[in-house]
Design a protein around this ligand. Sequence first.
Ligand code: 6PG
Length: 254
Amino acid sequence: MLKNNKVFPTPQALAESLAFDLVNQIKNVDTSVNYFTIALSGGSTPRFLFTVLGDLYAGTVPWDKVHFFWVDERCVPPEDTESNFRMANETLFTKIEIPEENIHRIKGEADPVKEAERYSKEMLDFTVKKNRLPFFDIILLGMGEDGHTASIFPGYEHLFLTDKICAVVVHPSTGQKRITITGLVINNAASVFFLVTGKNKATIVNNILRDHNDKKQFPASFVKPTDGRLYWFLDAAAGSLIGNEKPGNKEIKK
Ligand code: 6PG
């Protein structure tokens, strides 16, 4: 049984534990009825997880029964070093047997507004619906040092209230355009996993998990799955302020 929140000694230990849990969830779903749908986060943290999945589980998971989506993408071509698709492709997809049609990348090279519309339709066409919204078995999320998640940055909190399922945003410091799914889709999922590492995120993690008053300034605090489960997987550095316990596979009591 998955405990909701865990602190691991290292990002690698976090990745190995989360990979094990994800693989078990994939294997436990009756994919004769529906394939398994997962939306991947971007940035650097998931690299550990995707590498473990590609290196340790290439031959033991029915990857042809899994459809991959993204929670966001930078508006760059797929071969760009900034591309979230490129990172997942290098670390995972090139190592597993998976039909190309199971990989639903956000086309960062396309016109952002048109691509947000196209990707919205692709999510609607290729996922089962719950509450008339795309329903993902798993959504993976990271969190930035400013408390953003997916590409919902401070100032874009309205994307947790919009009736759109996908939006175009501008990174507040780099000016980079991004396409992101919205809070409606995130909070509609069966399981949402935050994977967060690094000391520079410890204060925000603590504020959110301890329900501090100022957590509202962080978009990640708006992730509250309607019916689904929310998990925080942290390394010791990101979880360092949560309890006085020494780091380890500690479950955070909420
Ligand atoms: C992105 C992500 C973003 C990321 C956080 C954390 O496209 O960058 O989806 O939300 O998860 O910025 O990034 P790091 O893992 O690199 O710290």
